[in-house]
Design a protein around this ligand. Sequence first.
Ligand SMILES: Cc1cc2nc3c(=O)[nH]c(=O)nc-3n(C[C@H](O)[C@H](O)[C@H](O)COP(=O)(O)OP(=O)(O)OC[C@H]3O[C@@H](n4cnc5c(N)ncnc54)[C@H](O)[C@@H]3O)c2cc1C
Length: 482
Amino acid sequence: MADTPEPFDELVTHARDTRVLVVGGGIAGLVAAWECAKVGMPVTVVEASGAFGGTISGAEVDGLNLDTGVTCWSAGGAVRELVEELGLGDRVVTPRTDRTWISGLGRGGAAAPVPEQAVLGIPANPWDESARAFIGWGGAWRAYLDRLRPPLTIGKEHNLARLVGTRMGDAVLARMVAPLSVGRYGLAPEQVDVAAAAPGLSSALTRTGSLGGAVADLLVDRGRGAAVESLDGGMGQLVAALVERLTDLGAELKVDTRVSQLERAGDRWIASIDAAEPVAADVMIVAVGPAAASSLLSPFVGDAVTQMTAAAGTREIVTLVVDAPPLDPAPRGAQIYPVPGTSRASGVVHETARWEWLARVAGAGRHVLHVAFDGPEASGRGDADAATVAREEASALLGVDLDAGAVRGSHRAVFPLPLPRSALGHDARAAAVRQAVAGHSGLAAVGAWLAGSSLANVVSATREEAERVRRAALWGGPTRGE
Ligand SMILES: Cc1cc2nc3c(=O)[nH]c(=O)nc-3n(C[C@H](O)[C@H](O)[C@H](O)COP(=O)(O)OP(=O)(O)OC[C@H]3O[C@@H](n4cnc5c(N)ncnc54)[C@H](O)[C@@H]3O)c2cc1C
């Protein structure tokens, strides 16, 4: 075989001489590191905690290896591609049920499944029995005004709360829409951008003349396939596969290594590490959560980064393994969210209802529940307290009495909760950060706080950002992503 042509020799050497430091070993950091290591760049990943994966975390509870943070991804897309590339394609699974319920309806705190014909909780037909369970006859009559009102001006409304409130009324907003946006993303409907949360809804509204009609229109085009996918055996395999690939490529992977500050020295970047020697690199990829991103990047990026990260919250997940045969028939579907203000928890995911493989390993009568709590007060409790509160809230939300003896094991973890891309103004603020970051040679920023909280957004944005900084470093191309 002929020797590599000379220009490529130079490129190979240049890649080998371009030292990359990735700060943060969550999915964003690991994917960015892999993108750079693939082309022969020497890569070091430093992770503050004792393990890689960040929010993709796991623990053994009652003898079961369980995901304790991220459990799935939006079907297909960038994550599926990554999973296939890592050789995990044959482990991909879809939920056996993904039905969502809402509880805290009316005085008795009743619960009902979200109508199948709904988008973001907005019903296509408020007269349908499944919608009336939420809003009653009065709410249905109010929502009917949607059909009578002129659509044109309102078709441009970005604020989800204003759109739903004006067209269908407060009952639909409070009992059907708010529980889903608060429960899923920790975001009130007032903060949700309709155009990002349900692309096509506004134009369908103008076309069909009503919000209900627009929802029905959107559902016609929606595929019948599963909305989410996961891995048989748990999401930890994604992290393990990335770590293995990086190790094979000679990357240096360090846990328990926290970066406290970044500096520019000549044309290199220097990372100060707690209780260790600083590390110098030609390319610095910041892949940490919102709080650390703000402190590490603001000296270079200024206010743009704090404007993005300030709104991030925290989410506490209490994983419970319970003996509860009444949960075998999945009485309240896969996940249940309360009407805001009716529960201390922000939701429960019944994981053994959702994933067949997990139900199989847990065995009949034994169930895995994730109980979520948002906000700083949630994380103020000790582990034992948290397990008790989680059990009580899960009992109420699932409508099944779980006494203290039913709990076989529990685990508690607190994660940063960045805003989703559907938060009003998110993309404009992210573009400002990206532009400011790209103005510094060899600097890159990735992660959910910038891409929007979801694996799909994080993986695709990380690949783009890694490609930008890699191209700039190797080819001297533009640092800005034009
Ligand atoms: C509870 C919860 C569940 C979720 N479930 C899903 C789901 O099922 N599906 C989905 O698509 N999305 C989910 N998300 C969204 C998810 O957060 C993101 O999609 C993604 O996992 C975040 O990855 P990341 O790498 O950006 O950040 P993180 O996972 O937060 O990783 C950042 C890493 O940086 C490290 N770090 C922080 N500071 C420093 C420092 N100074 N020096 C070195 N290292 C540092 C941290 O220890 C951490 O490991 C969930 C989010 C939460 C909070």
